[in-house]
Design a protein around this ligand. Structure first.
Ligand code: SF4
Length: 703
């Protein structure tokens, strides 16, 4: 129900992984007032441009309002029956691995939990993956290699307490704006704090940095492996911590041999003085936080880069103490919540491991499931290749738009066009993915549904409904549970509501299972609906009488011997260009839009910041190719082409072009930048390499 005018509801922003608290208050005229929640520990009342404009993105315009089959309106029962029948038929004829779910970090934890349970515990396949694979899978893999589990050691306050904040591949000012505001405010109060930015582009974040290392694309692994060697040679390592709490230091150091400053400078394209200045700062400042995001993760070398960073923190013992630690910040509002319930093809619920027989048995007992997946499923890019070659016969896509966001996007569109059965659950009525759906299901959106999300510092917050869903829109968890019931699993999927699902999720987390207790929300295993309704933001692990904000200061990792693992990364830099495609394409976000703009595209205010797709290029490249400011540029790779408006700027490195990821064919003809990106992934994490793509460009001449 829509709350009465004047009734304030505490909820959480649906955009980035900062996870800001919001107070939403419907007004008598039908609009909604949006304010930052001063009591929420992520933002203390702050909001960025996107969060502040949330009210402008609500309403029924461009919303899916009722289920459709083949483009005609259908009743929910008819649509759900058809989905259940077609999935059951594919499983009966071709086996459980012939079906798949492709879900999203936009889903709430409760939605994610139910989808994961149906696919892994009842269908018996692990073919469920998420668009979070595009965002942070390399961090997940790096955490698991180093810590034995996917655990972020630190909290946001560490950025304020640090003497040195190193930002790697992170445009915090635009992509995590409130965290950037907190960092900028702390730096103003404590001028002795230093900020180093490592990014090929001189982004807005560089304006806060004392030192900007405009590194060559994918040079980060070399830079941090060289740092490990420098720390060892400078006696800046914590021998006691290494001996007591880690394994593998010597091998990691051996792998970095030869990476002196001159060699690092040569490999990374940085002046040797800058490399040395950074290394000196890092060695001298104990309170150091290294924040990293997509520039590290979205790479064919992503997991090695993550471990190269973590190695330096383990070697100095700078982890889990105030103002110290490696810190992966997630892109999406609930990428972390999806990880907690096993929303990735290689994970189980409660951070358990799909490839661990004891974990599988525990979860199977708990779910009373008839058949458990016993091997990892298809990760995002592989999943759509399996759709293309006919191995996947029925696919359910929830809250995401893979035709625009996956690499080799034209091949993804072709795969969906040929897939025998595609279901899409979404809030938007006109995405490029919806065109390929045999069945469309209208989902409840932000402000219309209840559940929980987890932000980048492990803080679980409630999203709460304050609006009536339009038309016949229903929550995603309800849609999945209804299909599960129709597939014959009524007992296991008869949830009364999200509180019921959260209670089950917490009870699974509370199960005794040595070595998996890092994710512990077991205190909430018996939570009543009224307490769930009133739940305040909290961090995991949450244990009786114990506040645990930071982890690993005294070891206690989740490996079998409780010691962290150094990873011996082989430092190298991936060079992609050749004479035919001599430029590097880098993709990313802009300040005021979100993903494929199904929500932010509705706000004129947000669209005014950057109104159309652009390609940012260096003045020397523009001059060489005869491209003037604001002229149309044709950018081409072996996989596709886009047309964008030239933005000539010295902030861009020579030999490269930056194109934002947001615009789609819906907003602009030939605007889908991910059509240029090959389906190349990191071999450990399966995360696509979206930031280092060989292209060529030229001034566009209309025929
Ligand atoms: Fe929302 Fe992120 Fe902005 Fe906070 S920083 S208001 S979570 S988009």
């Amino acid at each position: 129900m829509r709350h009465e005018a004047g009734t304030a509801t505490k909820t959480t922003c649906p955009y980035c992984g900062v996870g800001c608290g919001i107070i939403a208050t419907p007004r008598p005229n039908g609009s909604v007032s949006i304010e930052g929640d001063p009591e929420h520990p992520a933002n203390f009342g702050r909001l960025c441009s996107k969060g502040s404009a949330l009210a402008e993105t609500l309403g029924t315009d461009e919303r899916l309002l009722y289920p459709q089959i083949g483009g005609r309106r259908a009743a929910w029962d008819e649509a759900l029956d058809l989905v259940a029948d077609r999935f059951s038929a594919a499983i009966a004829e071709h086996g459980p691995d012939s079906v798949a779910f492709y879900v999203s970090g936009q889903l709430l934890t409760e939605d994610y939990y139910v989808a994961n349970k149906l696919m892994k515990g009842f269908i018996g396949s692990a073919n469920i993956d998420t668009n979070s694979r595009l965002c942070m899978a390399s961090s997940v893999a790096g955490h698991r290699r180093a810590f034995g589990s996917d655990t972020v050691p630190g909290i946001y306050e560490d950025l304020e307490l640090a003497d040195l904040v190193v930002l790697v591949g992170s445009n915090l000012a635009w992509c995590h704006p409130v965290l950037y505001q907190r960092l900028a405010a702390a730096k103003e109060k404590r001028p002795e704090m230093k900020v180093v930015l490592i990014d090929p582009r001189r982004t807005m974040t560089a304006d806060l940095a004392d030192l900007h290392l405009a590194i060559a694309p994918d040079g980060d692994g070399v830079l941090f492996a060289g740092l490990l060697l420098y720390l060892a040679n400078s006696d800046a390592i914590a021998n006691g911590y290494i001996e007591q709490h880690t394994n593998g230091f010597k091998q990691a150091l051996d792998a970095a041999r030869g990476l002196d400053i001159a060699r690092v400078a040569q490999e990374t394209g940085l002046p040797a003085q800058q490399v040395e200045a950074f290394y000196r700062l890092f060695a001298a400042r104990e309170r150091t936080v290294t924040v990293y995001s997509q520039g590290v993760n979205q790479s064919a070398l992503g997991t090695d880069k993550v471990n190269a960073i973590i190695n330096c923190h383990l070697a100095t013992g700078r982890i889990g103490r105030p103002g110290m630690g490696p810190f992966s910040v997630t892109g999406q509002p609930n990428a972390m919540g999806g990880r907690e319930v096993g929303g990735l093809a290689n994970m189980l619920a409660a951070h358990m491991d799909l490839e661990n027989a004891a974990h599988r048995a525990l979860v199977q007992r708990f779910w009373r499931s008839p058949r458990m997946a016993d091997r990892p499923g298809l990760k995002a890019v592989e999943m759509f290749k399996a759709v293309a070659d006919g191995r996947i016969r029925a696919l359910w896509i929830m809250a995401t738009n893979p035709v625009d966001s996956l690499p080799d996007a034209d091949a993804v569109a072709a795969a969906l066009r040929d897939c025998p059965f595609v279901v899409v659950s979404d809030i938007a009525s006109a995405t490029d993915t919806l065109r390929h759906a045999h069945v469309t299901l209208p989902s409840a959106g932000w402000g219309e549904k209840d559940g929980t999300v987890t932000n980048s510092e492990r803080r679980i917050s409630r999203q709460r409904a304050f609006l009536q869903p339009p038309g016949e829109a229903r929550p995603d968890w309800w849609q999945i549970a209804q299909v599960a019931q129709r597939m014959g699993f009524a007992d296991a999927f008869s949830y009364a509501g999200p509180a019921d699902i959260f209670r089950e999720h917490a009870a699974l987390s509370a199960c005794e299972n040595e070595g998996t207790r890092d994710f512990d929300i077991g205190l909430h295993a018996g939570i009543e609906a009224a307490d769930y309704a009133m739940m305040r933001p909290f961090q995991w692990p949450a244990r009786e009488g114990e506040e645990v904000s930071r982890l690993f200061a005294a070891g206690g990792f989740y490996t079998p011997d409780r010691r962290a693992r150094f990873v011996a990364v082989s430092p190298r830099r991936r060079q992609v260009c050749d004479t035919r495609y001599p430029m590097v394409l880098n993709t990313g976000r802009v300040r005021d839009h979100w993903h494929t703009m199904t929500r932010t595209g509705k706000s004129a205010r947000l669209s005014a910041h950057l109104a159309e797709p652009y390609g940012e290029l260096h003045p020397a490249d523009a001059q060489r190719l005869g491209v003037g400011e604001a002229e149309i540029v044709h950018v081409e790779s072996p996989h596709g082409a886009v047309l964008v408006r030239a933005l000539v700027s010295p902030r861009q490195q020579q030999g490269s072009i930056f194109v934002p990821m947001h615009w789609t064919d819906q907003f602009c003809a030939r605007g889908r930048v991910d059509a240029l990106v090959p389906a190349l992934t990191d071999p450990v994490s399966g995360q696509p390499a979206l930031k280092n793509v060989a292209v060529r460009f030229s001034r566009f001449a209309a025929a």
